[in-house]
Design a protein around this ligand. Sequence first.
Ligand SMILES: *[C@@H]1O[C@H](CO)[C@@H](O)[C@H](O)[C@H]1NC(C)=O
Length: 249
Amino acid sequence: MKVRVYLVVFLQFLGYSCGVLSFKISDVFPVCKKNDDQCLTAAIEKALHYLCENGLPELKLPKLDPIAIPEISIGTKGSAADISQKYIDVKLHGFKKASVSNAHLDWEKKKLTFTVFAPQLDQVSSYDFNGRILIFPIRGQGKAVLSQSNVTVYHTIQFDTVKKQDKDYFKVVSYVISTNPSKTSFKVDNLFNGNEALSERVHEVVNDNWKVLWDEAKADVDLTYAKVYETFAQKLFGKLPISDLVIQA
Ligand SMILES: *[C@@H]1O[C@H](CO)[C@@H](O)[C@H](O)[C@H]1NC(C)=O
């Protein structure tokens, strides 16, 4: 039994180091002809759903639902909020139900754009807050859930192509996203060391004023998640030659 396990691990290692994948790439990413945006849109959606369910262990890529981030630090210094927000052991749930639209690969401008819509995203984590939100001084640690409804995320990837061993690969030059929820709500426990009445009041006011708070935090949130996607995309593109991704007809 043990020997068998070692053998499988060894074979996987061998397969991995030789660049032999144990899955058929066209099962994960339908390969599209150049300039077929409709096919590309469907391919990205299929890949997203596959990666949400499975990740790609062969390329050491984690699942995309939930997306796991060890820590997010946001230091908002705006008029609505002036607070250091630390989120620890973050899990973002919800992309398995997302749909993709408007994918376009512009070879001239070396730019890939697409739009992801998710009915609901929940960011679950531990939190550590210190500062002020609206009129409330806030200090506390505990569990936090930040939910976004009807979220549209615009992705813009600027790329280059590089040659490795006679094959062309995409290389991510920049990865920019813009996240646009139609509503956000936040639920944190232990906000004032268990003062429930005050905590409830703060939740009410914060959730009623979600838009102004979101507008101040958006840039940091977009940057944080874009970095995660950039790392993911770079690993993916670094291992899969363009000829495996696009039919150069
Ligand atoms: C999200 O969109 C659906 C469908 O348009 C709508 O019924 C729902 O009320 C929206 N939810 C929020 C929180 O805006």
